[in-house]
Each structure stands twice: as structure tokens, then as C-alpha cells.
Write a protein that binds this ligand. Sequence first.
Ligand SMILES: Nc1ncnc2c1ncn2[C@@H]1O[C@H](COP(=O)(O)OP(=O)(O)OP(=O)(O)O)[C@@H](O)[C@H]1O
Ligand SMILES: CC(=O)C(=O)O
Ligand SMILES: [K+]
Ligand SMILES: [Mg+2]
Length: 568
Amino acid sequence: MAVVNDSILFNPNISFKNHVSAAPILPRGFSCNIGRKFNFKYCNLRTKAQVAEVQVKTLHDLRLGFDVVSEEELREKGFLGMRKTKMVCTIGPACCSEEDLEKLALGGMNVARLNMCHNTREWHRDVVRKIKRLNDEKGFCVSVMIDTEGSQIHVVDHRAPSSVKAEEDSVWLFTAKKFEGSRPFTVQANYAGFSEGIEVGDELVIDGGMATFEVIEKVGNDLRCKCTDPGLFLPRAKFSFWRNGKLVERNYGLPTLSKKDWDDIEFGIAEGVDFIAMSFVCDADSVRHLKEYLSAKSSKFIRVLAKIENLESLQKLEEIVKASDGIMVARGDLGVEIPLEQIPTVQEDITHVCRQLNKPVIVASQLLESMVEYPTPTRAEVADVSEAVRQYADALMLSGESAIGPYGQKAISVLRMTSSRMELWSREENQQSALHPRQLAVSLPDRIAEQICNCAVEMANNLGVDAIFVYTKHGHMASLLSRNRPYPPIFAFTNDDSTRMALNLQWGVIPLLVDLSDDMEDNIAKTIDLIKKKGMMKYGDAVLVVSDLTPAHVTSTAFQSIQVKTII
Ligand SMILES: Nc1ncnc2c1ncn2[C@@H]1O[C@H](COP(=O)(O)OP(=O)(O)OP(=O)(O)O)[C@@H](O)[C@H]1O
Ligand SMILES: CC(=O)C(=O)O
Ligand SMILES: [K+]
Ligand SMILES: [Mg+2]
């Protein structure tokens, strides 16, 4: 074995290139990956084989490295100052260049969302590849999510490029028949059966209240409607029907995933995306079906997020949460099916259920809607973002703000600053211990893991440790810790890339890809040592270490532990 002194190897101040003979072993992308150069000058390398060994060891050790954004944040703000709430950005024409994607990544984007409703598959492929390239070459850690189109039956379009006003008492024709260009007082529904079961006298509501109509006549499948509450038709407006103050629920018998969605899913598998967000989920079966399909067809573990955006999914919330790998509160479409004033409480209920059932939850849509047009948010929008953070949502999502707005980077910085502020307040006000976690586990080993995580977080908070370290294969322990929303950040060391990318969505978790050995003590020593040598921990700092990986020397029993390590 070549004699490699780690402290020299990882000394960031000395240039690798000082040592000419070692230069050829620089792995591709080495210096970009980590953003610094390494020195082999003092390494006692004699033979080619030794050089090769060092190369392997270097690569392995390298993988203990942080993503560049977390590393920078830790250096700048210290452990407690690290942001806990994750950020998802929808990628669209306004932010799809490599340069713009990099700016969003630097701004703290954890997950990039691609809405398959829009644009071509080639366009999406290009974006996915750019993101992966940024990760590989510049050391970011941005996960990729595709969001299915679903059978979106309740969309109408007036076919004009911008919005059109509906005046009081004006009469409009809603038709599924296609027509070119725009026609006065005519809007086109995207689904032929849109008027099935609808009666004269029913109310037609646009975009959750943007405008309201009364159905005054049914002509074949077309509806003639009179505007009772004037307002705007936006392009691709969403609509719903109401009778006696209640939503007219209609079952069109359409599958949650259309033929196009399945093609998009194949695309997601081929491109190795990390998450598939399933639109208009109605039951747990469809989620389970997709998960089974993915585990058979994809070599990578792709996580399935169920979007709660209609009444049916709300009625079956718990079973859907249990079946999925995470949830999105899709307030855009949800606001079409439930009265707007119910959105805040429904959001709080969903985030609470997700945390109890230990599934990550994203709060989405219109968080900073005015920033699609203006460079500054409204006070009310900032309050809405703060409320989602106060509820301990795992992640916040930008839609049009990043996809089409000119102020995407500003919007992400508003999310970042607002969440950091609210997280600090919650900590100072001691809000974090408020959850009384429901016991989830059934088997004894699982119950032990759950209890260990609950107690570990209580200990970490009471002791005021700087960080929690957890060593995890599939991310389960890390998410159980996250569920308790600890004060210090959770560094989750995993040797599984898909686990790392999935943990990106979880509150307070900083996922790191490492090569875990069978020897747990060695893993712990190695990781602490490295972080210390990177100058990120100093004398007196304390970490609480949680592990459930059985060390090599223990053969007959599982070994789960909490240890507190103080840097000496
Ligand atoms: N890939 C894209 N190409 C072009 N425009 C896009 C793209 N992605 C998003 N947009 C634009 O950004 C707006 C907001 O995006 P988003 O995907 O969040 O829409 P949404 O209607 O809220 O989502 P959903 O259709 O899933 O309910 C869209 O209305 C669309 O105009
Ligand atoms: C995000 C989404 O699909 C919605 O809000 O409807
Ligand atoms: K969608
Ligand atoms: Mg939606």
C-alpha cells in the first residue's frame, strides 16, 4: 500500500499540479468535482501500482466530499445555520440554459422539477443531462423529478395568447369542438366528455374563483353559460362544476397514468431521474402499481411522489401517503376542487399526516406567484412561505416563478432567506418538540430503530450537539431522524447514490455519498476525521452518531447505537 498521509493528501492549499509525475493520475473531473486541488508531493509513491492504488483510494476518499453548496453553507454559517427546508424549482424556458441552471443550483435548488405537460421530450432530456453534468463536473447535488401530465380533463382555453376578460352577464359557449385561432365568447374544453352529468343551473367556476358562470343551456355536448361573477380567463384555465355549493364529482373512468404518461415514465427510467411525481392520484393502488412497475423495470430505485390535487386523493389521504415515497400538496389544482379558504387547513393536515407517517412533503404552487412578473414578492406571499416552513414541510416548490419568470434566482433567494428566518424562530421558540410521533414500526428491529431515532433527536437537542451523523443504506434511519425535526443538521452517509438523491428532499438532511465498509467504527472514524481535516469541525465540537449497520465483528446480533463523539 502506498504511504499516503491523508492530511497532506487533503490539504486544500497545496496545488496537485506541483507534482508533475502524479499529474497523469488525476481522474477526469477531479479538480472540478471538489473545487480544489490535491498534493501528492509528500506521498511516498514508488511504483505505478502504488500510484494506481492511491488513485483508487483518492477517489474513494473523495466521495466523502460534500456537494459544493452545502460545503459552502457550512463554512459560512456553521452547523446550526444550515438551511433545513429543501427547495424544488420547476425548470422551464426561463431557466433551462446551463448557466441559469447553475445559478439556481448555487442558489440552493435541491430538486429540479420537469413538468411533462409542457415542451418536448427532447427538451426535457437536454435539461436532465445538463443537470447531471453540473452534478458530475461541478460538484452539485441536484436531484431530478419528472411530473406527469395525467388525465387533466378540466382545462379550457380561449385560444388567445394572453388573458381575456369575461364581463358580467356576457354569454359564452364552452365546447370541446376544435377551432383555430380565437373566437369571441367561445372557449374550448380539452376533453369531449367535459359536460357529462352537468345540468342547467349548475355553476361553472374558472381557476378556483377567477370567474364564475351559470349553465343556462345544454346544446349537445356544448354548454352555454352566463357570467355571474366577472373575471379573467388565463390560457389553459382550469374549471370545475358546482351544484348547491358542492363540487359536482364526476368519474370519467380515466386512468391516473395515460399512454403519454407511461411514455414519459419510460423516458424517466432511461434518463435515470430520481423522482416521478404522479398527477391526479385517486387511490393507493395506482401508486403501488407504478412503484411495482419501476422496481421491475428500472435498475435504479426511483421514488414515487403522489400529488394531492383533487377531492378523491384528499378523501384517501392516509392510504395514499402510506403507499407513496412522498407527497406534493399541489395547491394549484387542489384549489379548483375545494374552496380556496380550505387550502390552508388542508395543507396543514397533509403536512402533519406526512410527518406522522414519515414521508417527505412538498408544498407547491403560487408560493411567490407575483414574482412571475415582479422582482419582489408580496408580504402575503412571504407569510405563506413562512407558514409552510413553520408547519415543517420538507420542501417548498417554485413553479412559474422559476420556469417562465425573469426573477427565478431572486425567487429562490426569497425562499432561502424566508425559510432560514422561520427555522431560526422555530428553534428559538422551541417549537420543534411539538410532534408526538405515532409509532410506525411493527417488528422489534424496526421499533428499536424508530425509538433510537426519536431518542437521538431528543438527546441531540438537549445536549446542543453540532450535528447528527447517520450511516444508512436506504435512508430509513435518516428519515426517521428528520421526522423529529432536530435542531442540528443530519449528515446522512450512504453508499447508495439513489438514496443520496432521494434524501435531498428531506428536511434537515445533508446526504453524502461514501464508501461504507463493514466496520462501523472505521466508517465513523473516517468520516469524522475527514470533516475535521477539511477544517469544518474544531476542538470541542460534538456530533451525535446514529448507526444501525452491523459491524463486521458482530455476527449473531444486530447492533444499533447512539454515540456522542467530541472532537479532541
Ligand atoms: N417545460 C416547460 N416549457 C414551457 N413552459 C413551461 C414549462 N414548465 C413550466 N412552464 C410554464 O410555467 C407555468 C407554471 O408551471 P407549472 O408546471 O408549475 O404549471 P402547473 O399548471 O402549476 O402544474 P400542473 O400542470 O402540474 O398542475 C406553466 O403554466 C407553463 O406556462
Ligand atoms: C403543482 C401542481 O400540479 C398543482 O399545483 O396543481
Ligand atoms: K403536471
Ligand atoms: Mg396540478
